[in-house]
Ligand binder design. Sequence first.
Ligand code: AMP
Length: 249
Amino acid sequence: MKILVPVKRVVDYNVKIRVKPDGSGVELANVKMSMNPFDEISVEEALRLKEAGKAEEVVIVSIGPAKAEETIRTALAMGADRGILIETDETVEPLAVAKLLKGVVEAEAPGLVIVGKQAIDDDSNQTGQMLAALLGWGQATFASKLELGADKATVTREVDGGLQTIDVKLPAIVTTDLRLNEPRYASLPNIMKAKKKPLDKKAPADFGVDVAPRLKVLKTEEPGGRKAGIKVKSVAELVDKLKNEAGVL
Ligand code: AMP
C-alpha cells in the first residue's frame, strides 16, 4: 500500500508571532519556518507503518512556495520515499488545498492519506475532512492510535468525552492528534541522502484548481493583554466573585 502525507510549511511553533505594523497579516520576513507539527506526526506514523511491513511507499506532498521544498526534504530525511511540490505563492485556503490533494490522490491512488489535525498557522482543522468529502472516502479524525488491517483502519480518536475507537474502510483519510507518536529526528546522513530523493514539481493549474483566496482578511491584530489573576480563599468566595464581580454566573 502507498501512504500519502500532506505537509505544510508554517511559522515554527517556537517563534513569537508578530503582527505586521499595517495589520495586513503576520510577519513572515526573516521568520523561521518549519513543518507543521501535526504533519511531522503524520510522517512518523506513515514511516512506522512502512517499517512494520504494512505499507510499501510513503509519498509526501506540499502546496506552497518554492521554499516548501525544504519541508518536503525534511520529511524525505526522516525516511519518506519521494515528494511532490505543488508550487504557488498564493495563500492557499483549506478547500483549495483539499481540491489539489484530491487531484494528487487520483493520480497516486494511495490506500491511506494521513493528514495533520490542523495547521498551526490558520488553525482551520478543515482540510482532511474536506478531502474525505470530495473523494467520498471514510475519515477518522484526531487519531491517537492507528492500526492497519487488510481492508480497514482501526483508529482511536480523541474526542470531548475521552477516547473513541472506530473502524474505517480503506482507502481512508486519517487526521493525526498530538499523542499519536513522537516524531523522529532526521540524522545527518539521512539529510544528505534526502537531497537525492525524487521530487516532482507541479502547479495548481496542472490539477485545474483555482487557488485564488475566497476569504478576505479585514484586519489582523494582537490579542488584548490579560489581567493578572487573583487567589481566592474558599469556594464560596470564588462563587461570589464569579457572580458579583465577573457577572458570569
Ligand atoms: P488545516 O485544515 O489548514 O488546519 O490543515 C490541516 C492539515 O491539512 C495540515 O496539517 C496538513 O496536513 C494539510 N495541509 C493544509 N495546508 C496544506 C498545504 N498548503 N500543503 C500541504 N498540506 C496542507
